[in-house]
Ligand binder design. Structure first.
Ligand SMILES: [Zn+2]
Length: 279
């Protein structure tokens, strides 16, 4: 993104997540016109600006947003465009493979870049599916430095071959519909069930747990319910340790850890619950 934008003559200001107030100030003082990042972080910046007393529409220069790393709910896109006058585009990619789909002005799906081979396959058999059928996104990249043959991204999608209104002729991914298997993505980071189970197993005083992801406005909310052994002398200390370890390994902060009575999490209850809805 950085290189591409620089070649277009843009000045790129690199920043990460966190330190929201400072980022709002930078965005305001330098009259930033474009944003690239997650939709939920853009919404957080706007809400922060409003809580700092700004009128985002009048006091900021942001005109365009290129959103990725998490689904963009149509309702949120509408708020960006209609309430804040931001032209919101979308892209799809992974850290290993780079860009796999990019939005265009016609805003009807994401074009597949020419330098990769994208297949939609049946997750069970690995066999290719035709346009319109939902399956796993599988990528081949004949890059000279890092060639990759048929790597499954774990994302579910479907594509169309219909010509796009923008004039490009490449196939388009219509939308990313979810994940194959149990991996969940929280605030742009993947969380593997196995990773969490191993982490909890390293804290023997925790006898059971459940991780619940929900949406708190534009932000992913991550809650842990934990049951601790009766012999545990310092339950809040164990929770703190869980929080720190989780952040180190999964690189996402847990918003709250609730201690629940032992036995209240039944054997049938799922250990990772995703209550988010992306409408
Ligand atoms: Zn197009």
């Amino acid at each position: 993104m950085d290189k591409g934008l620089s070649q277009l003559g843009c000045v790129v200001i690199a920043s990460g997540v966190g330190n929201t107030e400072l980022q709002v100030q930078v965005m305001h003082d330098l009259r930033v016109t474009g944003f690239s990042g997650t939709p939920s972080f853009l919404m957080m910046l706007i809400k922060k600006a409003e809580s700092m007393g700004y009128n985002f529409h009048n006091d900021f220069s942001l005109k365009i947003a290129y959103l990725s790393a998490e689904p963009v709910p149509p309702s949120m896109k509408k708020v960006f465009e209609e309430e804040y006058g931001i032209n919101a585009g979308e892209s799809y990619g992974t850290a290993e493979l780079g860009l796999l789909g990019y939005g265009c002005p016609a805003k009807s799906g994401m074009h597949v870049p020419e330098e990769i081979i994208l297949e939609i396959v049946d997750p069970a058999t690995g066999k290719q599916l035709p346009s319109g059928d939902m399956g796993e996104v599988v990528i081949t990249s004949l890059d000279k430095t890092l060639p990759i043959i048929r790597i499954g991204t774990g994302d579910l999608s479907y594509y169309t071959d219909e010509p796009c209104l923008c004039g490009r002729t490449s196939p388009r991914l219509v939308r990313i519909a979810g994940r194959v298997g149990n991996v969940v993505k929280v605030r742009g980071m993947f969380i593997q069930p196995k990773q969490v189970e191993e982490l909890v197993a390293s804290l023997p005083e925790i006898c059971d747990f459940q991780m619940v992801v929900s949406r708190n406005g534009p932000r992913d909310d991550l809650i842990f319910k934990v049951a601790v052994e009766e012999s545990c002398k310092n339950p809040s200390g164990v929770c703190e340790e869980l929080g720190n370890k989780f952040q180190d390994i999964c690189r996402v902060k847990i918003d709250s850890i609730q201690i629940v009575p032992k036995g209240s999490l039944s054997k049938e209850s799922k250990r990772m619950v995703d209550n988010r809805n992306w409408d």
